[in-house]
Write a protein that binds this ligand. Structure first.
Ligand code: UGA
Length: 434
């Protein structure tokens, strides 16, 4: 059993803190946001993440997981300190490291004994060393020693806890063998592949992994656009490609492009890291540009069918960047809906969880509907932006009866073109023949 402090109770901090508690450690999750901590103490989870509430509750009751705003106190009482604060994108595209350096400073000021300081936040290569220098220069007791480790997180929103508990690898970039073995030992119960590297390599693994997955998505989206022009079907193409184990079938679903709090931010940050290191990362810039353009493909498609969108009612099914999350950060809907509004369309939107978040972005410019069938009622077209189960399970027959015009533009390829045609729809999807 280890005593762990996690600074930053966002997605990564809360989920990894909870999973460390769940394997038997004593974990203190801290945040400067007293409102968030107060709510967590009462068992209220600030993010929508399936299964998380129960595990937080269980570990809180067992006394293994606690929440506090007293970061200095938590630092002093732990053996391992995880930094899991946010690294938002700054105006230049670089990661903003304000919260990381602030955490490092606080750790330095309150370090009372040897501890391992672990970076879980996604940070540019070199940040581990920066954290080391920051702690060193703020030590109130110059005799204490510490080590810095980079242990990036690979969890996905919507399946975060599952990803964490069943991690495919633990990457441990360490400055000393002692620190590497402490963090490797901590990961033993996860029964996973341990990859021990330098600090810099671990930091790079995180960016390179996200950037590679984003590349896969932009690649298949570009292939989808070609498929449309040459009469091929991208779902058949990705199946045929994906069975080659060197390629792999995952992250080869064509759609409206990637969104969320990670891929857009991390791809931009990697371009910036490369630039600062004197390398022009053309490939990544194209991945980003392809993604930006892909978001608007559905707008072109609906215009192609309806002509002018002025005064048309468009039903938007799904607002979150993917299902099982209420996260609207960099969601494709944030570009698609304004583009539709600019064309003069009237929008009725449905999202089972993210609608509350969407209000922050769209206010009363669009109508929010609580039920998918009510959303398409009298609509001139339906646009599918998120593959929520509630949308995937919609019955085309019933849909046909409710819509003013039988037009469906499916940005997630959830319906069969044949079934939609049989039900009288003008149906367009991504990279598949209509
Ligand atoms: C992503 C990575 O998958 C995680 O491994 C990583 O830890 C995380 O970022 C992070 O850096 O914190 P996440 O952003 O939660 O996780 O979501 P994903 O499930 O990866 O989906 C990202 C986007 O790609 C979504 O908009 C999704 O719709 C899109 N996508 C995904 C596709 O368009 N096609 C696909 O085949 C797969």
């Amino acid at each position: 059993m280890k005593k762990i402090t996690v600074i930053g109770t966002g997605y990564v901090g809360l989920v990894s803190g909870t999973s460390f508690a769940d394997i038997g450690n004593e974990v203190i999750c801290c945040d400067i946001d007293s409102n968030k901590i107060e709510k967590l103490k009462q068992g209220f989870i600030p993010i929508y993440e399936p299964g998380l509430e129960e595990v937080v509750k269980k570990n809180t009751q067992l006394g293994r997981l606690s929440f506090t705003t007293d970061i200095p106190g938590a630092i002093r009482s732990s053996d391992i300190i995880y930094i899991a604060v946010g690294t938002p994108m700054s105006v230049t595209g670089a990661a903003d490291l304000r919260f990381v350096t602030e955490a490092a400073k606080t750790i330095g000021q309150h370090l009372n004994d040897y501890k391992v300081v672990v970076n879980k936040s996604t940070v540019p290569v070199g940040t581990g060393k920066l954290v080391q220098r920051m702690i060193q220069s703020h030590l109130s007791n110059p005799h204490v020693t510490f080590d810095v480790v980079s242990n990036p997180e690979f969890l996905r929103e919507g399946s975060a806890l599952k990803d964490c508990m069943n991690m495919e690898r633990a990457v441990i970039g360490a400055t000393s063998e002692k620190a590497a073995s402490i963090i490797a030992e901590l990961h033993k119960p996860f029964n996973t592949e341990i990859v021990i590297t330098t600090l810099e390599s671990a930091e790079m693994i995180k960016y390179a992994s996200n950037a590679f997955l984003a590349t896969k998505i932009s690649f298949i989206n570009a292939v989808a656009n070609i498929c449309e022009r040459v009469g091929a079907d991208v779902t058949e193409v990705s199946r045929g490609m994906g069975l080659d184990s060197r390629i792999g079938s995952r992250f080869l679903n064509a759609g409206i492009g990637y969104g969320g709090s990670c891929f857009p931010k991390d791809t931009h940050a990697l371009v910036h890291i490369a630039e600062s290191a004197g390398y022009d990362f053309h490939l990544m810039k194209s991945v980003i540009r392809t993604n930006d353009q892909q978001r608007l493909v559905v707008v072109d498609k609906v215009k192609e069918v309806l002509g002018s969108l002025r005064g048309r009612t468009i039903a938007v099914l799904g607002l979150a960047f993917k299902p099982n999350t209420d996260d609207m950060r960099d969601a494709p809907s944030l570009q698609i809906i304004p583009a539709l509004l600019r064309e003069g369309a009237k929008i009725k939107a449905y999202d089972p969880i993210a609608a509350k978040e969407a209000v922050v972005h769209f206010g009363d410019q669009i109508e929010y509907v609580e039920e998918p069938y009510d959303t398409i009622l009298n609509a001139d077209a339906a646009l599918i932006l998120t593959e929520w189960e509630q949308v995937v399970s919609m019955d085309p027959k019933q849909m046909r009866k409710l819509m003013n015009m039988p037009v469906v533009i499916d940005g997630r390829n959830i319906f069969s073109p044949k079934t939609m045609q049989e039900n009288g729809f003008i149906y367009h999807s991504i990279g598949r023949p209509p």
